[in-house]
Design a protein around this ligand. Sequence first.
Ligand code: GLU
Length: 312
Amino acid sequence: MCHQSPVPAGRFAPSPTGLLHFGSLIAAMGSYLQARSSGARWLLRIEDTDPPREMPGAAAAILRTLQTYGFRHDGDVLYQSRRARHYDAALQQLARAGLLYACDCSRKQIREAAARTAYPAAYPGTCRERGLPLDGPYALRLRLPRDAAVSLQDGIQGLYRQNVREACGDFVLKRRDGLYAYQLAVVVDDGLCGISDVVRGADLLDNTPRQILLQQALGLPTPRYWHLPLIVNGDGEKLSKQTYAAPLDDNPLPQLQQAWCSLGQRKAATAGAQTVAAFWDLALQHWQMQRIPPGPLPQPDSADLNHPPPQV
Ligand code: GLU
């Protein structure tokens, strides 16, 4: 369970579609140090809303790795797969407000219809006024407000603007196959858990305007956002399971030191740490959020990951 509390909170929210890699460590460390250095709680949430994409055993492996790397979360781990009633309650609230509609368009129909509009990446609103039943075998979409232009001041990436109507259109909150969309689950959980600071990878920056509009539709507060630099491989691709990013190994110190440096922090500040606990003590003393670069950043050499960096 998860309770709102007046104490500020951050979170780390991995999807168990693969094991944690260096890019995940950046997100975990950035959110952890932002929370801990400001006296906030740090919550852990497993985003297991998409069973077909899940890797068996990944959730347990992620929790073990976080433990090995010295992360200590507050409260119980939240599993999104157990929170359907909260997502349904949010959908019902939107339905009562007339902000939800059902859609039976196929991907192909959407592509073809959108190609004939000025915004080919956006859902063109085909089913907006059709009045299909909300309890049928259909996807459920959010009815965007007329003015769907969002500006946000990100703590690392600066001013970011997006007109959600032009970029995505009315977006899906529940899929036709019955799975809850990431946008819905993340907004409901951040809202119900009182998350005040969202610190995560910059690959999610372009999702944030959708999440802000959904927060507004549900009457939830908008947290502060900090989108961390993306870590890219030699081909300029984001580290992920799809790009065969190496899983974090059981030798945390070198990788913690590397992640610290990738986050723009002074290498010398933690270089003397001989244990994971000593690393976190020093990291907390010396953490400076304003030093984080916007990125993207190259993945450190694997050679560096296998040997502790020289002490300076
Ligand atoms: N579950 C997402 C991921 O693993 C992160 C979602 C978020 O931080 O909002 O990329």
